[in-house]
Ligand binder design. Structure first.
Ligand code: KG4
Ligand code: ZN
Length: 368
């Protein structure tokens, strides 16, 4: 009689991510193995415009998505009939790109009679740490945990209470943090995306040379605001004239900007950790996700805070912090395990807050 274990194959989910400017596709099994993945960014197409152009992004997803899906299926040696479900980002994000990925996911699911998982992109980011560490027990990451999500489109502090259960503690009132880095870089002619360039220049700069404002510092709650800081930076650059674009002034401006950001982030995150510790007896971890989590200076500040508060600081590896298909496939696995599948009427949603009870933030960015 054949042994059962020799035929046992954990269920595999195909994940599709097209909410912004990355086309991401991955096959992930329920035991957290990535069987194959493909990721294509569109930086070259958007760079001349200094930001993501929605129509260009949607067209680029159309051009590449089918090829990437075919490639991962071939690489994993699987046919669609071998899959347990199709997970596609349904929002929030740029609507054209979302429609490309979600419609493709629906078509595959319908043709092969597979369950569809219409994934909230933010849930993908939120559950990535459980993909990295395991979903509980031992060193795994159990609910509830605190999440700081900081990227080009998102800037939120959330308690992840469970799959599909989120409590938003704070969000940005204007720009996302990555967006603030990108705008600072644009003013300083450092190119796009700006975060890495600002961090690099800041390394040799004097963070005390320019006294930039710290918006929201010391105020109650966990909301963010970066527009005042951006305006102050613009005025400072204008005052410095052409020197602002050359070291050492350029480096000092970047270091001063980054120091202001770090101080604000720390203040907001401190409020959130205090609330989390107070209201969740099982409080264990502060998770940081999103592209800005790559910033070593900000990570060091958050590590000190976590240490002070007796929390584990968890930062997934950079490739999983930025947008990718693995996080969508994994969120699909988590939802599939709970039977949280979606009908084919599931809409693409430009806005889709994780915590529907939270007040919408006035003037929040596209993905907030
Ligand atoms: O998560 P992500 O790849 O895409 C979005 O969903 O937005 O994040 C990209 C953002 C960009 O705004 C980029 O400037 C920022 O993350 N970023 C950084 C760093 N690396 C990337 N910001 C600050 N410091 C960095 N080292
Ligand atoms: Zn994202």
């Amino acid at each position: 009689m054949p042994k059962e274990s020799s035929t046992h194959r954990p269920p595999v989910v195909l994940g599709i991510e097209t909410s912004c400017d990355e086309t991401g596709v991955a096959l992930v099994d329920a035991e957290r193995r990535v069987l194959a993945e493909a990721l294509r960014d569109q930086l070259e197409r958007h760079a001349p415009y200094g930001g993501v152009v929605p129509e260009i992004a949607a067209r680029a997803h159309v051009e590449i998505l089918d090829q990437l899906i075919e490639r991962v299926m071939v690489e994993a040696g699987l046919g669609f009939a071998d899959l347990a479900g199709i997970a596609a980002t349904a929002g929030p994000g740029l609507i054209g790109g979302l429609l490309v990925g979600l419609t493709t996911g629906k078509a595959i699911a319908a043709a092969h009679r597979l369950p569809l998982l219409a994934i909230n992109h933010l849930e993908g980011h939120a559950l990535t740490a459980r993909f990295v560490l395991g979903p509980g027990g031992g060193d795994g990451l159990a609910f509830p945990y605190l999440l700081l999500l900081v990227s080009g489109g998102h800037c939120q502090l959330l308690v992840v209470e469970g799959v599909g259960r989120y409590r938003r503690l704070g969000t940005t009132l204007d720009d996302a943090l990555g967006e603030a880095f990108d705008k600072a870089a644009k003013m300083l002619r450092l190119g796009f995306p700006g975060g890495p360039a600002v961090e690099r220049a800041a390394r040799t700069g004097d963070p005390g040379r320019f006294a930039l404002p710290r918006p929201m510092l010391g105020q109650p709650g966990c909301n963010f605001s970066f527009s005042g800081l951006k305006t102050a930076l613009r005025q400072t650059i204008e005052r410095q004239g052409p020197q602002a674009l050359e070291p050492p002034t350029l480096d000092d401006l970047c270091a001063s900007f980054q120091a202001a950001v770090a101080e604000v982030l720390l203040d907001r995150a401190r409020h959130a950790t205090e609330l989390y510790q107070r209201e969740y007896p099982g409080a264990t971890a502060l998770v940081v996700a999103g592209g800005v989590a790559a910033n070593a200076h900000l990570r060091d500040s958050l590590a000190t805070l976590a240490d002070e508060q007796g929390l584990r600081l968890i930062v997934p590896p950079p490739a999983l912090c930025t947008d990718n298909g693995v996080m969508i496939a994994w969120a699909g696995q988590e939802r599939l395990a709970l039977g949280l599948t979606d009908g084919f009427a599931a809409p693409a949603r430009a806005r889709w807050p994780l915590d529907p009870a939270a007040e919408p933030a006035p003037g929040a960015g596209i993905k907030a």
